[in-house]
Design a protein around this ligand. Structure first.
Ligand SMILES: Nc1nc2c(ncn2[C@@H]2O[C@H](COP(=O)(O)OP(=O)(O)OP(=O)(O)O)[C@@H](O)[C@H]2O)c(=O)[nH]1
Ligand SMILES: [Mg+2]
Length: 296
């Protein structure tokens, strides 16, 4: 049996989380068209009869502009330690930029087998892809160059097959029915955050944090109280919306996804809270799962 850990890295918005979900066939990681959607390394565990592959989805690596950015990069870099293989993902519909260079420089520092994954090929023409492969292949000693569409699930089987060729024989690390290292509570808070990111525009910064304050499991239903923490009253106003319309929509969308996840009826109560200073916000962030020592 082939067993190994494979880290997916790339600049924000490349499609890393979309790939993880399409491999695992469950919604393990949230996705949005806004950069810096993912905040924590998330394991998705792929199982079949002859392999167990632990994929690690990571926050997009970028030139950090603030403390959160630094935290996100550190989280991603840590995913490179001790892995068997790295998937360096780029968005093939965008030109190779400083952002990709920045990630590649980091990969060069490590000495790990790396595949170049050209994602979003559904958005480009065949000859463009061909030129792109020529352009990229000399940038580093990539073990393989694989074009895919994570969204349209194109070439994913080929990718899995090739990955297996690079992994060692071993025993399963997790039980066969495990598909993520994250708790249900974490997944729930992420689904809510996803709806916030998807429903709002750029004016709502990425520093929105969701904390599950109460999670009460009954026989046929689950009662959830969740708090969306923001830094300014202005943001709170946007999230609540006119007559509470926005928060209602976020709640309806999130509830649908959560019900699918838990397979029970869900009663979701959302409220928005402004936290004005860093100390208070950090308290929530730590509770939410950020590592206190890393978030300076
Ligand atoms: N057309 C197309 N869009 C894609 C593809 N893969 C991902 N996307 C879209 O690209 C956007 C970003 O996808 P994510 O999976 O959130 O990207 P990410 O790399 O995880 O981003 P961060 O977590 O911010 O680093 C979303 O709107 C996806 O639907 C693809 O193969 N084709
Ligand atoms: Mg992501």
């Amino acid at each position: 049996m082939k067993v190994g850990v494979v880290s997916i890295v790339g600049r924000p918005n490349a499609g890393k989380s979309t790939l993880l979900n399409s491999i695992i066939k469950e919604k393990v990681a949230i996705t949005s068209n806004k950069p810096q959607t993912t905040r924590n390394n998330i394991q998705g565990i792929y199982n079949d009869e002859d392999s167990q592959i632990i994929f690690v989805d990571t926050p997009g690596i970028h030139k950090p502009k603030n403390k959160l950015g630094k935290y996100l990069n550190r989280e991603s870099y840590s995913s490179l330690e001790g892995v068997d293989l790295v998937l360096f993902m780029i968005d093939s519909s965008a030109p190779f930029g400083k952002g990709d260079e920045f990630v590649l420089d980091k990969i060069k520092e490590e000495n790990i087998n790396t595949f170049l994954i050209l994602n979003k090929v559904d958005k480009i023409k065949k000859d463009e892809l061909f030129n792109m492969i020529l352009e990229y292949k000399d940038k580093y000693d990539f073990k393989e160059v694989i074009p895919i569409s994570a969204l349209k699930e194109k070439n994913i089987d080929e990718l899995l097959k090739t990955i297996k060729e690079y992994l060692d024989e071993g025993e399963r690390i997790y039980p066969e029915d495990y598909y993520t290292d994250k708790s249900i509570k974490f997944l729930v808070s992420e689904l809510i955050r996803e709806k916030v990111l998807r429903k709002t525009r750029e004016e709502v910064p990425h520093a929105v944090t969701v904390v599950i304050e109460n999670f009460e499991e009954k026989k046929e239903s689950i009662l959830i109280n969740a708090c969306i923490i923001v830094e300014r009253d202005g943001i709170k106003k946007i999230l609540v919306g006119h007559n509470g319309e926005m928060i209602k929509e976020i709640g309806i969308d999130a509830r649908k996804d959560i019900e699918e996840l838990v397979g029970k009826n869900v009663y979701l109560d959302l409220f928005v809270k402004t936290v004005n200073n860093w100390r208070d916000r950090d308290k929530y962030l730590v509770e939410y799962g950020f590592d206190e020592n890393n978030f300076e």
